[in-house]
Design a protein around this ligand. Structure first.
Ligand SMILES: [Zn+2]
Length: 285
């Protein structure tokens, strides 16, 4: 199949009470593991790719791998730019063949976030490319913040409404207390805030970033409150690296990359399948 529609896949999740996983590509093994898991689980899937990962793999290799994955898959596959940093970078990814885009202008003041996000939507929508925007601060270093400081990073409902209405984005990533990377202690999601935003924007799919390490019950609750896309990368990276490290620890003489990258890939696949079951996307494709 060609790449699937981001919006269609997320709206089906919103309507039917499940979330679609975005799993990030870091190399060939990640890409294959994610799409094989999706096929076996009969789940739609979003391949996410950040600027850093694109720089590492090369943009043409990235799109080519994802395209082969989509064409050979029996389930909907999407190639999504994760945290697009600028209009120019979005143009580059659209030209290269990405099928949906996240523009992350959340570090700007609201007016500027709206202006840049709108510019991206105006570029993408006529090309049939759908857009995710972000509001508030989804951090990776929020662990030392006090409660007041943490509260200041959360997306504000009135601003969420403005961002969606004034830009026409197809999905919204509101900061609700999750963070990228490995959590120190248990993450505290603000379900009250999520609910307030959902009440204003009940037909807009919401995205939960930093999905690695959030307890299963919190994931289920977030989905029940309108989250229909959940981003996972760190858990796959940990599973991959941990498996390879164990192989090296057991056998110092191993030198054939296939002998350790293969098991690393299988470890990712297991994590992805588990997440698809947890998110409720298994059997939906
Ligand atoms: Zn993110």
């Amino acid at each position: 199949m060609a790449f699937a529609s981001f919006k269609e896949v997320l709206l089906d999740g919103l309507k039917n009470g499940y979330a679609v996983g975005q799993f990030n590509m870091n190399n060939l093994e990640f890409t294959k593991a994610i799409v094989e898991a999706a096929n076996e689980e009969k789940s739609p899937v979003i391949l996410g790719c950040s600027e850093g990962a694109i720089k590492y793999m090369g943009i043409d290799y990235t799109v080519a791998m994802a395209r082969v994955a989509a064409e050979t898959a029996k389930v909907p596959v999407i190639l999504h730019l994760d945290h697009g940093p600028s209009f120019e970078y979005v143009v580059k990814c659209v030209r290269a063949g990405f099928s949906s885009i996240m523009i992350d202008a959340s570090h700007y003041a609201l007016e500027q976030n709206i202006a840049l996000t709108k510019q991206v939507v105006e570029l993408c929508h006529p090309l049939g490319i759908e857009v995710e925007g972000e509001l508030g601060r989804i951090g990776g270093t929020e662990d030392d913040l006090t409660v007041d400081e943490l509260d200041a990073t959360l997306a504000l409902p009135a601003e969420a409404l403005r961002l969606v209405e004034e830009t026409g984005i197809d999905a919204l990533a509101p900061a609700i207390g999750s963070a990228h990377g490995v959590y120190v202690g248990t993450p505290k999601l603000s379900f009250d805030r999520l609910e307030e935003i959902r009440d204003l924007l009940s037909n807009v799919p919401m995205v939960l970033h930093g999905g690695s390490g959030i307890p299963d019950a919190d994931i289920r609750k977030a989905i029940s409150l309108g989250v229909s896309k959940i981003n996972v990368n760190t858990e796959n990276q940990i599973a991959f690296t941990h498996t390879i490290r164990e192989i090296f620890n057991k056998d110092a003489k191993v030198y054939d990359p296939r002998k350790y990258l293969g098991p690393g890939k299988e470890a990712i696949k297991e994590v992805v399948k588990e997440k698809m079951r947890l998110f409720g996307s298994s059997g939906r494709a």
